[in-house]
Design a protein around this ligand. Structure first.
Ligand SMILES: Cc1cc2nc3c(=O)[nH]c(=O)nc-3n(C[C@H](O)[C@H](O)[C@H](O)COP(=O)(O)OP(=O)(O)OC[C@H]3O[C@@H](n4cnc5c(N)ncnc54)[C@H](O)[C@@H]3O)c2cc1C
Length: 452
């Protein structure tokens, strides 16, 4: 491999700016690369290491933080996508790292397999999703990174390294939620499960009743979550129960119902309401009461990926914290009291989910059963006073921020939240001694790297 053309975005006089999905994280990379082979990725990294430059892999740009920003080479892996290998006996499937989650169901369909759990959307790349600890809900289910069984990375010297629980285990252990700091992931092996359906029941319910029965419900239902609309006492609950294909008739939402509920009400109408209330915050409590009535009263059954994920077209900014599961309802009560006390007007619902404990060093669920509380604001509304106030509460309870969502913590505070933080930093140093993958976000959350 002698190298391939690097595209300099825009003209030298007017370099092209990259922005994330929410539109508020921007950078001007020195060049953009779209490698189609592992050799090209290795060449890019080697070239950067030799010249003292930096490279940053980017997936779908769906992180709210500056985790994917760079003024070096931005490496888009869209051409490194697709299924590479399937082990029918174990259900382990290897994907090229740039594969989008939305493409996975069709790739797995011929083998009768599915991903064990998913988050709310499927726009992300597999590598991007695992690198920030993306998760869904279900007290017996871990985040997407817990499905990873092997990784192939290009590390800081341009070496291609395959790692798993038995091969380079320290690197594997850390790189499953690696924040993009360990190398450029070029392939991911996931433990998939036999395809399954989900029976979904979505209902508006009194928030206090949901909180009182919360711990029973998360144990009784495979995937339970709820949305609470601030300024109301209503929670929209979502209870998804798994079934084997054929064990129950599929009762999918009709395309018309999906269009009305998920696109027109949840996105289009909601977008209009958010735009209006952004100019008239006093209307938010009334609008929230209306939104709580309009959405979430339906029952259906469908293939897992169609139930787990929905489309999100209304742009927003988000902070999400992971707290010990046993204090989840207490933290939510404090958040609710704080919103009232400080008279914040919050147009977006608070999302509450849970996950099993895992052993991944920088997973937000490391070592503890976890409750997640996600807060949002419409993208045109300044969220920062609200986010800072909420973060104070989350921090009091040992909350760990989602790596891809707004937070204001630094390595100093984060180091105390993760028992294996130091070890992660030392594995990072071995994998990337020259700091090829560093950026400002990593300097903040992992501390500036001592470069060899
Ligand atoms: C509308 C919306 C809904 C969301 N829903 C959820 C949810 O339900 N649950 C949840 O937990 N999160 C959720 N998120 C957050 C999102 O899943 C994460 O931020 C995720 O990282 C985005 O994936 P991506 O492909 O866009 O990654 P990017 O944002 O592009 O990149 C994230 C990080 O991964 C690194 N990276 C990307 N590719 C590679 C690679 N090949 N090798 C090494 N590092 C790489 C980047 O360098 C960066 O550090 C949501 C975000 C949005 C905007």
């Amino acid at each position: 491999m002698t190298g391939f053309a690097l595209r300099t975005p825009g003209s030298p006089a007017r370099p092209r700016t990259w922005t994330n999905w929410a539109g508020d994280q921007r950078c001007t990379p020195s060049a953009v690369a779209t490698p189609a082979t592992v050799g090209e990725v290795a060449w890019l990294v080697r070239r950067a290491a030799e010249s003292g430059g930096t490279v940053k892999a980017i997936g779908a740009g769906h992180s709210f933080t500056g985790i994917g920003l760079t003024d070096g080479v931005h490496v888009h892996l869209d051409h490194l996508a697709g299924l590479q290998a399937v082990d029918r006996a174990t259900g382990w499937v290897t994907f090229a790292a740039g594969t989008r989650l939305r493409d996975v169901p069709a790739l797995l369909a011929p083998y009768g397999l599915a991903m064990a759990n998913l988050g709310d959307i499927d726009s992300q790349s597999i590598a991007g999703a695992i690198s920030t600890g993306t998760h869904g809900t279900g007290v017996a289910f871990g985040g997407i990174a817990t499905q990873v069984r092997a990784l192939t990375l290009v590390t800081g010297g341009g070496d291609v390294v395959h790692c798993s629980a038995t091969e380079h285990p320290d690197l594997f252990h850390a790189a499953r939620v690696g924040l993009g700091a360990m190398g450029i992931i070029v392939a991911v092996t996931l433990a998939c499960v036999p395809a399954f359906g989900l029976h979904a029941v979505e209902r508006p319910e009194p928030l206090n009743e949901v909180l009182a029965g919360y711990h029973d419900r998360i144990r009784a239902t495979d995937h339970f979550e709820f949305y609470w609309f601030p300024h109301t006492s209503t929670a929209l609950t979502k209870s998804n129960t798994r079934y084997a294909p054929g064990a129950a008739p599929a009762r999918p939402l009709s395309p018309a119902a999906r269009l009305v509920d998920d696109v027109l009400v949840a996105n289009t109408l909601y977008s209009g309401l958010c735009a209006a209330t952004n100019r008239l915050p006093a209307a938010i409590p009334g609008v929230n009461r209306m939104a709580a009535q309009l959405t979430g009263n339906r029952e259906f059954a469908d293939a897992s990926h169609r139930v787990f994920t929905t489309r999100r077209t209304v742009r927003f900014r988000e902070m999400e914290y992971a707290v010990p599961l046993e204090v989840l309802t207490e933290v939510l009560a404090e958040l609710r009291a704080m919103i009232d006390r400080r008279r914040y007007t919050v147009s977006f619902p608070v999302e509450v989910r849970c996950a099993a404990a895992d052993d991944i060093p920088l997973s937000t669920a490391n070592g503890r059963k976890t409750g997640y509380i996600a807060i949002h604001q419409y993208w045109r509304t300044d969220p920062f006073e609200y986010f800072h106030s909420a973060e104070e509460i989350f921090a009091e309870y040992g909350g760990r921020p989602h790596w891809g969502k707004w937070h204001f913590q630094t390595s100093e505070s984060l180091g105390k939240l993760y028992p294996e933080f130091e070890k992660f930093c030392s594995v990072r140093h071995s994998a990337d001694p020259a700091g090829v993958f560093r950026n400002d976000y990593l300097d903040r959350v992992l501390a500036p790297q001592a470069v060899d």
